[in-house]
Write a protein that binds this ligand. Structure first.
Ligand SMILES: NC(=O)c1ccc[n+]([C@@H]2O[C@H](COP(=O)([O-])OP(=O)(O)OC[C@H]3O[C@@H](n4cnc5c(N)ncnc54)[C@H](O)[C@@H]3O)[C@@H](O)[C@H]2O)c1
Length: 319
């Protein structure tokens, strides 16, 4: 398969690219290497993949329709795997226009080009953030739940992308799988996420800023599991599906802090801060649908995944 992969230099994208290449797929990698976090980190993420003869890298911005069109024209991909996006919930509050441009218009550009170039299948990264604060719905989060009350700009842009993708499915027959990822972690972790931030704070002996009292729970999902789920979605072109890709075993933020303390052999200096309105008390994936449709089984429990994250962090993730 020839797959146009956006966000290919990022955390999940670079892990996915290597797995796709390893099984013989061709990867047309698109990324703009923006400086939301260090572009050097992204360059490093793609070092191994770039050596592969089936990997072609395009430095392009998904907001630039003309640039994307040239790539579609040249590559005529079989499938789109769209992971590029602006992804930090708190950053989205300060930069709403940027999040709308990238996550909404950028996705629309790719949907429209998929229509023009008759691409058969569109798989993209949505998020557990679409579930919002969920005062009524309880847990776990099911794809059947109402998702019309987002509590962050980021969540709203991801839900908007789902709605646009559904429209392209309905009007133009594009086959679409919207994958709702749940707090992914592991080697090449995004440096703005709690797993990385907490570990670094303890490592450096700096104050660890904790929103709330540590009882908030996250359904941390190991990146290798997420990657396997994405590949299964690419292999199963459903007409239209929204699928949770989570672990189904939420842990508290205090569990994460304890895991980091143990790995580092140091105590955290926790600074408790008020939990902002953007942060749900829990994320928890109902993975029934992923099991049924994709045969998806999360294999790596949190403690084991943290160990793998930490090995990467200690080896090359510190800077
Ligand atoms: N990591 C998670 O826990 C998580 C959870 C839910 C959803 N997601 C979604 O999964 C996707 C990948 O997330 P990630 O954690 O790997 O993030 P990441 O920031 O590491 O990767 C995203 C990549 O997209 C690229 N990008 C951003 N804007 C772009 C643009 N305008 N044009 C081209 N490239 C652009 C970035 O340079 C980056 O390399 C994102 O869409 C994110 O919203 C991630």
């Amino acid at each position: 398969m020839k797959i146009l992969l956006t966000g290919a230099a990022g955390f999940i994208g670079s892990n996915l690219a290597e797995s796709l290449l390893a099984r013989g797929d061709e990867v047309c990698a698109v990324d703009n290497f923006n400086d939301f976090y260090s572009p050097l980190r992204k360059e490093k993420n793609i070092l191994a993949a770039s050596e592969h003869p089936n990997y072609r890298a395009y430095r392009a911005d998904i907001r630039d329709f003309a640039a994307l069109k040239e790539i579609f024209e040249r590559e005529q991909p079989d499938k789109i795997c769209h992971l590029a996006g602006m992804a930090n919930v708190r950053y989205s509050i300060e930069h709403p226009l940027l999040f709308e441009e990238v996550n909404v218009r950028g996705t629309l550009n790719l949907l429209e080009l998929s229509r023009l170039y008759k691409t058969e299948h569109f798989v993209f990264a949505s998020s557990s953030s679409v579930y919002g604060g969920r005062p009524d719905n309880g847990v776990p989060f099911s794809e059947e739940d109402r998702v019309d009350a987002p509590i962050s700009l980021y969540g709203a842009t991801k839900r908007t992308a789902e709605l646009l993708a559904h429209t392209y499915h309905h009007l133009h027959g594009l086959k679409v799988s919207a994958l709702r990822f749940f707090t992914v972690f592991g080697p090449r972790n995004r440096p703005d996420m709690a797993v990385y931030l907490f570990t670094r704070a303890i490592d450096r002996g700096e104050p660890l800023k904790l929103f709330g009292d540590g009882s908030a729970r996250r359904d941390w999902t190991f990146v290798g599991d997420t990657v396997r789920g994405i590949m299964a979605a690419l292999d199963n072109p459903f007409a239209w599906e929204i699928i949770n890709l989570g672990n189904g075993h939420p842990q508290t933020e205090m569990d994460l802090i304890r895991a980091a303390e143990t790995a580092l052999g140091k105590k955290a200096n926790i600074h408790y801060l008020e939990r902002p309105a953007t942060e749900p008390a829990i994320t928890f994936a109902d993975t029934t649908k992923a099991r049924l449709l994709l045969n998806f089984e999360p294999l790596i429990p949190f403690s084991q995944g943290y160990q793998q994250f930490f090995e990467w962090y200690a080896r090359e993730g510190r800077q």
